[in-house]
Write a protein that binds this ligand. Structure first.
Ligand SMILES: C[S@@+](CC[C@H](N)C(=O)[O-])C[C@H]1O[C@@H](n2cnc3c(N)ncnc32)[C@H](O)[C@@H]1O
Length: 200
């Protein structure tokens, strides 16, 4: 599915997402783990931040200058209402051109929606946007090989893709990032989160 079609689906559930996830702890322990690896607390960005800004709130509490990026206009508009002091970008991560380097980049349950052929360029882009010692946290489908699947969520038919865990690890290593943590955090679900750090 093309990113702008994914955005249209998220526009429809943005309000629900904000109410449901404003105080949700989903992914927060994993974000805290990623934060522990950071050497510096300069800029941070949450890719596919959604409407609650919940990761941004934690990043700000830890002293990062946090920003958010999302392709869904509704998600971004609602997030801005809750966090008027934060810089938000309404952009497709595939087209985003980072203007600075980040100490931390999170992409929780967002890049798994990318078309398969955009997985590698986007993960490369996230690695390249890290400062030395910077940390990236992202989730992906944890199969051995690449796959594309669809699934219904809140009445919307979403699509997902993965390169497989080995390919993600290869891309990270080819772009000067070392895997610090990889976990099937919802086993037996095929959901994986990866924390990697740019070599200093
Ligand atoms: C499952 S939600 C997760 C939201 C947030 N990370 C959270 O955990 O609360 C996925 C988010 O990724 C965003 N997203 C999907 N594809 C994207 C893309 N190509 N560029 C930027 N954001 C995208 C969606 O609009 C949606 O807000």
């Amino acid at each position: 599915m093309e990113p702008y079609n994914t955005a249209a689906l998220y526009d429809r559930i943005a309000q629900w997402w904000q109410i449901q996830h404003q105080d949700s702890l989903y992914g927060i322990a994993q974000l805290e783990r990623a934060i522990e690896f950071t050497a510096k607390r300069n800029a941070a960005i949450d890719i596919g931040c959604g409407s609650s800004g919940r990761f941004i709130k934690i990043l700000s509490q830890h002293g990062f200058l946090a920003e958010g990026l999302d392709i869904s206009r509704e998600m971004i508009d609602l997030a801005k209402q809750l966090h008027p002091e934060i810089t938000f970008y309404r952009e497709d991560i595939c087209c985003w051109l980072p203007e600075k380097l980040y100490s931390l980049i999170s992409a929780w349950d967002s890049t798994f929606h990318l078309p398969l052929n955009m997985q590698e360029p986007v993960i490369k882009k996230l690695c390249d946007a890290l400062e030395a010692g910077g940390v990236v946290l992202f989730t992906c489908g944890g199969g051995h090989t690449s796959a594309e699947i669809s699934g219904s969520f809140q009445g919307q038919d979403f699509e997902y893709s993965t390169l497989g865990v080995d390919a993600f690890l290869r891309i990270l290593s080819e772009h000067q990032c070392t895997c610090r943590h990889l976990e099937y955090d919802q086993f037996p679900e095929n959901h994986v989160y990866i924390i990697a750090q740019k070599t200093s």
